[in-house]
Design a protein around this ligand. Structure first.
Ligand code: CP
Length: 333
């Protein structure tokens, strides 16, 4: 694996290997000294053309915990705002000796171009491109699901702790809300199916992408029926992406109140989930719209844990791409 561009590129073996390496990374983070020497002398550039809190900070933390040098580049305040192209930005990073480039871009496919255009000799990690993909988010979601629920599935024998070695066979995940604009949904559908989970997308008809019938999942317009009849093990709420809704949210649903009534996770719906079920959200949340404060702060919510797991998962991704080994075994973690 030279780049991490899409969860659709990952085999089951690679995906389970990434999650297992993340579990090893997480174990190192409970030590007094969290820093590992693994990427000493290597340079990671965080190239962000779109806003981010969680992904940018956790990639920076992950790279620093592996002893890499980190350069943070935000398009705002850079020569990109003077019209510099992606190619010239990439050539500049190449001249500076970047070994890995973590890129978030508003254009779907920008990370592919960086990886394959020959402008850079660096590993490219997609930190979210347009409405297309967000592979490390899906990996941290799968890692979180596995930690909580792997023992319930019929996947490979786990160790009963972090679920090391296990896939997600037998588990049901409902992904709810603004699927149309969501790279998190696309990345999760591909990865969850590779790992053996069943997925149902739940959204109003206006927020279901054209061609979803070809995706490896079910689709429903009815959240209540999905919760009561399909009985998901994990419910992943999606952010309503108002910034991607040209013409305002009114063109996709009648009102925020109506959206919440039909597609929001509130205390009433939370109470109907199975005892073991978990509530997820990639963040940032629109509290009161797709998720109520009661649901977001409930015992079932693993939203803060998702953020924490993002560091171990991104350490694993950087390690596997930059240290050039598909297994952490035999390496000095
Ligand atoms: N989940 C996620 O991508 O969050 P950020 O936009 O804050 O990075």
């Amino acid at each position: 694996m030279k780049h991490l561009l899409s969860t659709a590129d990952l085999s089951k073996e690679e995906a389970v290997g990434l999650l297992d390496t993340a579990a090893q990374m997480a174990a190192t983070q409970s030590r007094e000294i969290k820093k590992l020497p693994t990427l000493r002398g290597r340079t990671v550039v965080n190239l962000f053309f779109e806003d981010s809190t969680r992904t940018r900070i956790s990639f920076e933390t992950a790279a620093k915990r592996l002893s890499a040098d980190v350069i943070n580049f935000s398009a705002k305040g850079s020569s990109v705002s003077k019209g510099e192209s992606l190619k010239d930005t990439a050539l500049t990073l190449h001249a500076m000796g970047a070994d890995a480039v973590v890129v978030r871009h508003w254009a779907s496919g920008a990370p592919y171009q960086l990886a394959h255009a020959g402008w850079l000799d660096a590993a490219v990690l997609n930190a979210g491109d347009g409405m297309h993909m967000h592979p490390t988010q899906a990996l941290l979601d799968a890692y979180t699901i596995r930690r909580h629920l792997a023992a319930r599935g019929s996947g490979l024998a786990g160790d009963g702790g972090d679920g090391v070695g296990a896939d997600l066979s037998g588990l049901r995940v409902a992904i709810v809300g603004d699927v149309l604009h969501s790279r998190v949904a696309r990345a999760n559908v591909a990865l969850l199916r590779t790992l053996g989970a069943e997925v149902t997308l739940v959204a109003p008809p206006t927020l279901v992408p054209v061609g979803v019938g070809a995706w490896p999942c079910r689709t429903s317009y009815d959240l209540d029926a999905t919760l009561d009849e399909w009985r998901p093990d994990a419910v992943m709420m999606l952010r309503v992406q108002r910034e991607r809704m040209s013409g305002g949210s009114g063109s996709f649903f009648p009102s925020p109140l109506e959206y919440s009534r039909y597609y929001g996770l509130d205390a009433r719906r939370l109470a109907r989930l199975a005892d073991h079920a978990i509530v997820m959200h990639p963040g940032p949340m629109n509290r009161g719209l797709e998720i109520s404060a009661e649901a977001a702060d409930s015992d079932k919510a693993v939203i803060v844990e998702q953020v924490a797991n993002g560091i171990a998962v991104r350490m694993a991704a950087l390690y596997l791409l930059m240290a050039g080994d598909s297994s952490a075994e035999g390496n000095d973690l």
